[in-house]
Ligand binder design. Sequence first.
Ligand SMILES: *Cc1c(COP(=O)(O)O)cnc(C)c1O
Length: 420
Amino acid sequence: MTGPIGRELAEELDSADPLAGLRDQFVNSEPAMIYLDGNSLGRLPAATPAFLDRVVREGWGTGLVRSWHTWIDWANRLGDRLAEHVLGARPGEVVVSDSTSVNLFKLASAALDANPKRRTIVIDAEDFPTNRYIMQGLADSRGLSVRTIRSDMDNGLEPADLRAALDDDVALVVLSLVAYRCGALMDMGTVNDMARRAGAFVLWDVSHAAGVVPIDLDAAGADLAVGCTYKYLNGGPGSPAFLYVRRELHSVLRQPIWGWFGQRDQFDMGVAYDPVERIERFLVSTPPLLSLAAIDPALTLIEEAGVDRLRDKGMRLTRLVAALGEQWLVPLGFRLASPADPRVRGSHVSFEHPDAWRICRALATTGGVVCDYRMPDRLRIGPSPAYTSFVDVWDAMDRIRETVARGDHEHLPHARAQVT
Ligand SMILES: *Cc1c(COP(=O)(O)O)cnc(C)c1O
């Protein structure tokens, strides 16, 4: 884009947007606030409250324990829908269960057990904290070592740096497809090939990609993946996560939490643990049904929109964010801290500013923009393509500029809140 970007451009982009109508299918009870944090907690789909009300009143209230006849395979049915529409996996390769952290633990343990002669786990120093902590904990408890690659905080991991970290002691590589801070998008196929040649498993975390970036786990040769449903998939706060295990590994891998939901003929209440050779092998326990249910209406919206179209819009949205950032924020002391090319970033963009924390607070309290702050000094802007318009982006960037130019953040405390 050249020359100043006026609001009319955003209006034109909205009128040509095939997904423009989708925003009406989400609750927006505070229209004066522009929400650019869909990568942390997606908005509430308009259909979700009534759907949950039915599950609660009819399923729980009336049906009581009898409802488990219909509920028992929801985790699989949702998994199959995610497989088909979001993850590029085959039926029976994805299931919804537990949290992303717990699934990381389960699948990483399974991979380490399957590669017992190797003693090293490779992680990225800039990966989401839980991913690093879980791997360090696993390594400590098993006497393994963690090899940490230092990826670029703004541009993500270089494949060459990963290649240099691989040798015949590496059992497992854990990486995020889209980096949570800067949004850098990795080439999954390249990494899988590299790791396979080195004899290591790759465990992918697709939390920041699912629902906004086309993922083809099978075609990319992925073995293992996990991810959230409460970010761009809009499943609600703490909605259960998903896990993927390539079909050929179902009989080979064994996860460490031997719960009864993985058991063959579960209701035979057998003496010894004998897990099925299907994706349920990676389940542990009774699903949190109400949170699980909320994924259903949310996923319907993603299916209708289609991830390819969401991706297309997501790239245009972040391109506008970056261009307006260049126009308005760079002169105010910001710096783009994400890959410049929208094809190699997900659906969020970060800017560095020494006062990012206080600016983020000022935006949320008086600036009319909710985005988020990430350590050490990043303002992270995540315009979810399902419900964010181009005018939202234009107005939000204008508000950020005004807030900072007026110095609205300058009287706020430096101390960070418990949740950022
Ligand atoms: C959001 C996110 C998580 C969250 O994990 P929980 O167990 O749901 O708290 C984990 N990893 C990545 C990469 C994430 O983006």
